[in-house]
Design a protein around this ligand. Structure first.
Ligand code: 3PG
Length: 220
């Protein structure tokens, strides 16, 4: 497929500059809003300054607001966005970007006129082709390991070499390298940097170390 210059802007450049800031994006599910700032601070201090706060918990929006206020240097996205209504909520709290696990036409339509860029989730070539038609060039590949992993992404590069991905779902320190070695992978995301027991124990030092380990190992 060729790039159609007439397509609406889907803020590929903005997404690229966000993803260039870190090869690893921690995926956060914040259960206690009080954890938001110390958790984010530990990750940013460890060297990971792009975060995805998922809408899987009730306090996600407030958590995002608090992180944005306390850590203006961080890029904070809102993930697990399933509907345009949730996309609008993300816009209202000042999210830097939006991530979706899968996509719908309604999300694509909202995304092309939103001031906040979206990283739409796809798992198959057909889904990728739909996003492509809407002008999207950057995608989340989810659930990465369950959907064919590195082999699937290599195969996507055949018909659509210009598309770039942030794979998530089953990524860990052990397999991140294999993804990051691919030309069409910009960064990876995962929840392994915020293990629930460490967050519950408020063990921010250990989380800072996990972030540091990932940041050093996967430095651009
Ligand atoms: C996501 O929403 O990106 C995933 O839940 C992260 O997947 P993981 O928990 O397997 O890292």
């Amino acid at each position: 497929m060729t790039i159609d210059k007439q397509l609406p802007s889907t803020r590929t450049t903005e997404l690229d500059s966000i993803c260039l800031k870190a090869e690893v994006i921690p995926v956060l599910a914040i259960r206690r809003v009080e954890d938001a700032v110390p958790l984010a601070k530990a990750l940013v201090e460890g060297g990971l300054s792009v975060l995805e706060v998922t809408l899987r918990t009730d306090c996600a929006l407030e958590a995002t607001q608090r992180i944005k206020e306390a850590l203006p240097q961080a890029s904070v996205g809102i993930g697990t966005v399933l509907t345009p209504a949730q996309y609008r909520q993300a816009e209202q709290v000042g999210a830097d970007f939006v991530v979706t696990p899968g996509t719908t036409e309604a999300l694509y339509r909202h995304g092309v006129s939103s001031p906040v860029p979206m990283l739409p989730g796809v798992a198959t070539v057909s889904e990728l082709m739909i996003g492509w038609q809407f002008g999207y060039r950057r995608f989340k590949f989810f659930p990465a390991e369950a959907s064919g992993g590195v082999k699937a992404l290599k195969a996507f590069a055949g018909p659509i070499p210009e598309a770039r991905f942030c794979p998530t779902g089953g990524i860990t320190l052990d397999n991140a390298d294999d993804y990051l070695a691919l030309k069409n992978v910009m960064c990876v995301g995962g929840s392994w940097l915020t293990p629930t027991p460490l967050v519950e124990a408020e063990d921010w030092n250990s989380i800072r170390e996990l972030a540091r380990e990932a940041a050093q190992r996967f430095h651009h």
